[in-house]
Design a protein around this ligand. Structure first.
Ligand SMILES: *Cc1c(COP(=O)(O)O)cnc(C)c1O
Length: 421
C-alpha cells in the first residue's frame, strides 16, 4: 500500500503540476489594456469610448440576448437589475440557501428581503417545489443561481414566478456560456447577471459585471441607473441631472478592453478545458463514495466549480459522520497536492448579515440539503479553468486514486477527529 504524503510518502501531484493559473494573460490582453490606456479614454463616459459598447455587443452576441449592459461588478449588476425591474422595496426575494453572500447582499442593498430556499441534492440549485411553497403575495422577484455553472431548473422556476406575476433575475455570475435546452444562461429569465471577477470563467483585470436582457425598456433603465440616474441623449451633452435614484455602477474601459480580449478566446478555452475535466470526473466517478457533478438532460455545464460529495458508507467507513470524513479527506488530499477547498462553509441564512432575530430554528433543520452538501463535499476551483490544465487534473485524479487505496487510514483519521471533538 502507498504511504500517504501526510505521513511522509511522496506527493501524488508533482509540485510543478499543482497550480495551473487562471486567468491566462497573454500579450494580446496586455496590448488591449495598453491601447486603452494610451487612447486617453479612461472612463465609460469619455467621448467615443469603444471598449464598453464593444464588450456589450459581443457578450450579447455570445448569449443571444438582445441587450447587454456593462456594470462595475456582479453584485452591483444584481442590485441594478432589481432596481430596473421595479422590485418593490420591502418585498421578499426567494433565492437558494447555497450561493455566494453577494446574491443576498444585492437584495439587501436594493432594500428587499432575501428569503432562502433549500437546494436540490443532485444539481445544488434551488429546489423549485420548495420555491413554490415560499412564494407569496409578499414576493417581489425570484432569484435563481446557476451555481458552479449549471443552470437552475428554469422551466419549473419560471412557471412558479409567472403564476405569481413576478420577474425572474438569474444570478449567472458562475455560468457564462452555460446552456439550458439550447438557450444560454442570461436569457432564461427577465434579466441575467454575470460577474467578470478574475476568478470567473470570463475574467476582467479587476472587477466587473454584465446584465443581459431582451427588454429594450430594461436596457434603457440599466444604462440610466449605472450613470447616477442620468439620461444620455445621443448627440447631446451630458446634463448631470439625476432623473431617478441611480448609482455609479460603470465599468472601466481598461477592464472592458481586457475582457473583450478574453472573450475572443472564450469558446476556445471552454472547448479546450472540457476534455480534461470530463476525464477527471470520469476517473473520480469510478471511485466508491464519490459523487461527481450531475448534468441533467438538456443542460450544458460551464464547469466553473467542481463539487465532489463523499458517501462514507460507500467508502466502507459508514460509522463516521460525513463531516469528519470530509475533514480527513481535505487534509490528506491537500498533502498529496490536490488543491481541494471548501466553497461556502454555511448556508447563507446562517451568515449574521442575513439571520433573522426572531427565527431560532437551527439552520440545518430549515435547510437540510444545503447543510448536508456543505458537510460532505469539497470543491476544485479555478485551476481547471486553465485550458491547459489536463495534465494537472490527471495528477489530481492520481491523488484521489492513491487516497482511495488507503481508505482504512482515512477512516481512522476521521474517527479520531470525531472523538477529539
Ligand atoms: C462572484 C459571484 C457574485 C458576485 O460577483 P462580483 O463580481 O464579485 O460582485 C454573485 N453571485 C455569485 C453566485 C457569484 O459567484
Amino acid at each position: 500500500m502507498a504511504t500517504l504524503a501526510l505521513f511522509g510518502g511522496t506527493r501524488a501531484v508533482p509540485r510543478q503540476l499543482a497550480d495551473p493559473q487562471w486567468p491566462v494573460v497573454t500579450a494580446a490582453d496586455e496590448q488591449a489594456v495598453l491601447r486603452t490606456l494610451r487612447s486617453g479614454r479612461l472612463s465609460a463616459t469619455a467621448d467615443g469610448e469603444p471598449e464598453i459598447p464593444g464588450l456589450e455587443r459581443e457578450f450579447a452576441e455570445l448569449t443571444g440576448a438582445a441587450h447587454c449592459v456593462a456594470i462595475s461588478s456582479g453584485t452591483t449588476a444584481l442590485q441594478l437589475a432589481l432596481a430596473a425591474l421595479d422590485v418593490p422595496t420591502g418585498s421578499e426575494v426567494p433565492m437558494p440557501a447555497l450561493s455566494m453572500n453577494a446574491t443576498a447582499l444585492a437584495v439587501l442593498a436594493h432594500g428587499a428581503k432575501p428569503v432562502f430556499v433549500d437546494i436540490d441534492p443532485r444539481t445544488y440549485t434551488m429546489d423549485p417545489i420548495l420555491l413554490a411553497a415560499s412564494v407569496s403575495a409578499r414576493t417581489g422577484a425570484v432569484l435563481p443561481v446557476h451555481l458552479h455553472g449549471l443552470p437552475a431548473d428554469m422551466e419549473a422556476i419560471n412557471t412558479v414566478a409567472r403564476r405569481h406575476g413576478v420577474p425572474v433575475i438569474e444570478d449567472a455570475a458562475q455560468a457564462h456560456g452555460a446552456r439550458y435546452h439550447g438557450i444560454c444562461a442570461g436569457v432564461l429569465g427577465d434579466a441575467g447577471c454575470f460577474s467578470l471577477h478574475p476568478s470567473k470563467n470570463l475574467p476582467s483585470c479587476g472587477e466587473g459585471g454584465l446584465v443581459t436582457t431582451d427588454s429594450a425598456e430594461l436596457h434603457a433603465r440599466l444604462i440610466q441607473l449605472r450613470l447616477f440616474g442620468e439620461r444620455l441623449e445621443p448627440g447631446c451633452a451630458r446634463t448631470y441631472v439625476a432623473l431617478r435614484p441611480g448609482i455609479n455602477g460603470k465599468l472601466s474601459p481598461l477592464e472592458a478592453a481586457f475582457t473583450r480580449e478574453q472573450l475572443r478566446r472564450f469558446d476556445e478555452h471552454a472547448a479546450r478545458r472540457e476534455p480534461g475535466i470530463l476525464a477527471l470526473l470520469d476517473r473520480l466517478g469510478r471511485l466508491p463514495g464519490i459523487v461527481v457533478p450531475a448534468v441533467p438532460e438538456g443542460s450544458r455545464h460551464a464547469w466553473h466549480i467542481l463539487r465532489l460529495r463523499f458517501e462514507p458508507a460507500a467508502m466502507g467507513i459508514g460509522d463516521v459522520p460525513a463531516g469528519f470524513v470530509r475533514r480527513a479527506l481535505h487534509r490528506v488530499l491537500r498533502a498529496e497536492g490536490v488543491p481541494v477547498s471548501r466553497y461556502q462553509t454555511t448556508p447563507l441564512p446562517a451568515q449574521p448579515a442575513f439571520a433573522r432575530p426572531d427565527d431560532d430554528e437551527p439552520v440545518e433543520k430549515g435547510f437540510p440539503v444545503t447543510a448536508a452538501v456543505l458537510e460532505d463535499s469539497l470543491c476544485l476551483q479555478r485551476r481547471h479553468l486553465n485550458p491547459d490544465s489536463a495534465p494537472a487534473l490527471a495528477a489530481y485524479a492520481d491523488g484521489f486514486e492513491k487516497v482511495w487505496s488507503c481508505l482504512a487510514v482515512v477512516g481512522q483519521m476521521a474517527r479520531s477527529l470525531a472523538s477529539a471533538r
